[in-house]
Design a protein around this ligand. Sequence first.
Ligand code: TMP
Length: 207
Amino acid sequence: MGTTSPRGSFIAFEGGEACGKSTQSRLLADALDALLTREPGGTLIGARVRELVLSPGTVGLDARAEALLMAADRAQHVAEVVEPALRSGRHVVTDRFAGSSIAYQGYGRSLPVEEIRQLSMWATAGIWPDLIVMLDVPASEADRRLGAQRDRMEAEPASFHAAVIEGFRAQAAAEPERWVVIDGTGTIEQVALSVRTVVAERLQLRL
Ligand code: TMP
């Protein structure tokens, strides 16, 4: 009989546009020697979904179709990347996961939040992050960081982005044992230290 390695920990970064998730995901993954991945676009198939949903040339995409495309990306991502890595004992850090669908398609597009959550649960066969780190940056600061060149989601109006950020905060408030909110307005080093401290504490990992 072979021995089975313990399952790795699964950590997701969430937040609005330009909150610093990509930098912080990379720094944490390095510190943990974890697999770093992202949504949408963590697989070759997902990269095509990403291009479709983020291209400014995609005009008139229905909100439900957008939600299903995000869920399809997630299903492929979990099946091909996340679940095999966790099963092999590797920690996984993802730049966005289901919390983004709840915030963007639920709160941002005004689709029923619980249905969006169920759709992701179905897409992932129940695989869910052990810890979700929200980097909180006010919408006004994010708008300043974004500049003029914007993808299809970034180009949504300020009211949309404000609703999205509220959607993340609401999820974090509703499930404080799984979520942690970190102020994303500090320097990269300050935020990275806060992230490492909270991950070590919550997941009992040495960092
Ligand atoms: P980013 O990861 O580079 O920030 O870009 C991903 C964009 O896709 C961002 O605008 C958020 C959006 N998104 C959704 O609307 N729903 C989702 O489920 C995910 C994962 C991302």
